[in-house]
Ligand binder design. Sequence first.
Ligand code: SF4
Length: 281
Amino acid sequence: MNELEDIETHVENIFYDIIENYNTISTGLRIAGWHVSDFVSPCLRKSYYGHTEPKPPFERTQGKIFWMGNVIHEHVLLSQINEYTMCYDIEKDVSLQPEIVAKMSKEETRNIITGSLDDLILHNGEFIIGDKKTWNARGWDKKTPNPEYVLQLNIYRVLLKASMGVDATSGCLLFMDKSNDLEPKPMAFRLQDMEVTKKYLRETLKVLQQDKGPDPKPCWLCKGENRFKKVYCDYAEKCDSETNRQELISLDKKLQDFAEDQKTQELINNIKTTTKMDDFN
Ligand code: SF4
């Protein structure tokens, strides 16, 4: 390494030190038990592994992925009440103080879910749960909010009512486009009846607590169907050794090919029909 390269490495290290320190401070209380993100994941088996397996090693360079989100969350405060952490016992339907849950053992928190809402906004006499999401639109116009984010805010509604007695009837996601100077796109929606969400929480908890874990659900997290063929599930290898994930992927591929064939066939039939009609005209 020459002297200039040495300077570059030094500067890069300072950058990653700043990110690492910032992310550590932003993490907040370490609480055992389930997290809201476990209940909204497209694959519950991944949530199960996250709960039962040792944490995979975290590359220092990966910190920058979370850094920008953390900075935005700290500086874009949409209300006086923000970053509010809530703990809730799914079976007993009661809230618990986060500081108390933080001292509990893993076994004691087996039915407890924790979540932190970004902002609680009061507008026209109504409470609204706000949540900020950074994303890369790259010119794509989002028409509807992601179902998993809608579910996330519905779960917050239950936790909020139990912990503060406040009933927020609406949610609003604030998407900020990283590919366009954080162009904001708010998406508001009504939240569902809390009993429906509570039922979902109870049923999903049972699935997560199954002895051998939930069934695998190959999805965008592990199929590598992206520009960089990246797999976003750290447990893919383990999952392959314990489940029929690969079979499910190839079955899915076959179904997709079949659907494509059907579509092509329909297209051919349409062309044939059109041609016949034109022949009569
Ligand atoms: S590899 Fe895929 S199916 Fe398996 S746990 Fe991860 S996301 Fe789920």
